[in-house]
Ligand binder design. Structure first.
Ligand SMILES: Nc1ncnc2c1ncn2[C@@H]1O[C@H](COP(=O)(O)OP(=O)(O)O)[C@@H](O)[C@H]1O
Ligand SMILES: CC(=O)N[C@@H](CCC(=O)OP(=O)(O)O)C(=O)O
Length: 287
């Protein structure tokens, strides 16, 4: 009963957001919006449900959403259980052979299917795949010191267009294939950026657990330029997991994405508010 009441109030909140959004619904008709759903942003069942509802609504108003997910905390949990030690360098996991097997199992298995199921439970038709399916992402090794961490070198988006035409929502785990049959672990933000650039997406949304990119005083910079990002990174204000996000944003803009937004995916109706209101949400980086 308690859960039903909570669901009812979630729907009322969504309906109220949508009524404000009505004048803007044409804005993204037939647009491609790539959404990176980070492991921290999907932390609770409520966050997963609210995200899934937003995605189904986006599809219903004519947007083509593409979900690229992370799952770092879930990988950590499994590596801990298996007593496999793991380190990060500049937000990227050092990935040996044993680690890449766990990464694939957790991302392509548990996390991917959980998101697919959540979207389907809201009335959508999601299809789960990884960058290894249909040649979607081919990788080269990022840096020998990081082991099986990949940098996308080629993206074949044909499978995504087939899925759009079928009215389905692609949900992509960030893994890629190497030229010699290796499996590469790709940072979720990097994978989302590469896919968004290959699709020349209208928007790339990077959902995380902070309201946006913060400056030295802890304030979110709502409209941030490439120069500001470089400066804040040099000063060490942009650090840790925010580094792959801002790097991705700059590369995506250069690759032809119209705008990238870094925002809090745990906030109710985060995606709808960003796309369908004038004030938006989070930090926007424009071309
Ligand atoms: N300048 C900054 N502004 C905002 N967050 C920052 C900044 N520098 C570092 N961070 C950290 O980056 C984190 C987001 O990265 P990460 O934890 O990898 O997210 P996700 O799992 O969603 O991909 C934030 O929780 C924050 O602790
Ligand atoms: C190379 C690399 O670091 N890959 C990431 C892939 C998952 C990810 O990006 O998860 P979040 O978005 O939740 O951080 C990892 O192994 O954790």
């Amino acid at each position: 009963m308690k859960k039903q009441n909570a669901m009812k109030s979630d729907w009322i909140a969504t309906a109220s957001t949508l009524s404000k959004a009505l004048p803007y619904l044409q804005r993204y008709d037939d647009a491609i919006v790539v959404i990176k759903f980070g492991g921290h942003a999907m932390g609770s069942d409520e966050a997963m449900e609210s995200f899934a509802r937003d995605i189904v609504l986006l599809r219903q108003v004519g947007v083509n959403p593409v979900i690229v997910h992370g799952g770092g905390p879930m990988i950590n949990e499994m590596l801990d259980k298996l007593s496999i030690q793991s380190d990060f360098v500049n937000g990227k996991r050092v990935t040996d052979e044993a680690t890449v097997e766990v990464v694939e199992m957790v991302l392509s298995g548990r996390v991917n299917k959980k998101i697919v199921q959540a979207i389907n439970a809201q009335g959508g038709k999601a299809v789960g795949l990884s960058g290894k399916d249909a040649g979607l992402i081919t990788c080269t090794q990022t840096n020998p010191d990081l082991g099986f961490v990949g940098t996308p070198s080629e993206i074949d988006t044909s499978v995504l267009h087939t899925l759009f035409e079928a009215g389905t929502i692609p949900v992509i785990a960030p893994l890629g294939a190497g030229a010699n049959g290796e499996t590469f672990n790709i940072n979720g933000d990097t994978a989302a950026g590469a896919i968004a650039a290959a699709l020349k997406a209208d928007r790339l949304l990077l959902l995380t657990d902070v309201a946006g990119v913060k400056d030295a005083s802890g304030e979110v910079v709502t409209d941030i330029t490439a120069d500001q990002i470089r400066e804040l990174t040099k000063e060490g204000v942009i650090a840790g997991g925010m580094i792959p996000k801002t790097e991705t944003a700059l590369a995506a803009i250069e690759g032809g994405v119209r705008a990238v937004v870094i925002l809090d995916g745990r906030a109710p109706n985060a995606c709808l508010l960003e796309l369908f209101t004038d004030h938006g949400a989070g930090s926007i980086i424009r071309r």
